[in-house]
Write a protein that binds this ligand. Structure first.
Ligand code: URA
Length: 234
């Protein structure tokens, strides 16, 4: 009987040694899906971006990655002070491995041109880097999985202005309590890592193709970006 009790105690001590007592004793809820990744890449911007790309390529057990043809990482000027974030690649982007090359991308190019910008002057990426099957929205779990990579991407590029296109980008980076129809066209200041940013949300070009009457609001947002670029001397 005593021997049994001793063995039980030994097992219990071993068990406690194996598990993370910080988690056990903390009164914060455990976020099971959070990867809590922290990367410390060194080197030039090119090197850091390449390392980030490799890190994303090494993601395991991801539905998005399994179904996709190519990683869609980013496009444009890596030294730009304006970074644009969409939702996720569509079929054309998946085929070409570049963000915003399909119909929504053509509209984005036109929107940028209206304020004298183009892909040589901005940098573009997405919340998730692999195409969601059937162009569905990425799930909360998928967003959470790719968020540390996106934040690192933003930190490496180091923009002064971050443009969030659509609700997925807005909710991923600003929070789930905000809605695009209310949050668009308003500047907020935000820090991502060591990067201090002016953030503005606007409608996603794919949404504008479905609801062209909203383009007048998108035009207001674009003018705000033009004005802020002037003020920040970008
Ligand atoms: N829609 C997005 O959000 N991103 C792309 O790259 C293409 C379409």
């Amino acid at each position: 009987m005593k021997k049994n009790l001793n063995q039980k105690l030994i097992n219990l001590v071993e068990y406690y040694n194996l598990i993370n007592s910080n988690i056990l004793l903390s009164d914060h809820p455990i976020k099971r899906t959070s990867q809590n990744k922290s990367f410390a890449f060194v080197g030039t911007k090119h090197v850091k971006l390449d390392k980030l790309k490799q890190k994303i390529k090494s993601i395991k057990n991801c539905e998005l990655k399994k179904n996709a043809t190519n990683l869609v990482f980013g496009d444009g000027n890596i030294n730009s002070k304006i970074m644009i974030i969409g939702e996720g690649p569509g079929a054309n982007e998946d085929m070409e491995g570049k963000p915003f090359v399909g119909r929504a991308g053509k509209l984005l190019d036109k929107m940028l041109a209206s304020i004298n910008l183009d892909r040589k002057k901005v940098y573009i990426s997405n919340v998730v880097n692999y195409r969601p099957p059937d162009n569905r929205k990425p799930t909360d779990e998928e967003i959470e999985r790719y968020l540390p990579y996106l934040k690192m991407h933003i930190e490496i590029i180091g923009p002064k202005i971050l443009v969030l296109l659509g609700s997925t980008a807005l909710n991923s980076l600003v929070g789930n309590e905000v809605v695009i129809s209310k949050a668009r066209g308003k500047w907020i200041q935000k820090s991502i890592g060591n990067t201090k940013l002016w953030v503005i949300a606007s409608f996603h070009p794919a949404f504008l193709m479905r609801q062209p009457e909203q383009k007048k609001l998108a035009w207001i947002d674009l003018k705000m970006i033009r004005e802020k670029s002037k003020i920040l001397k970008i």
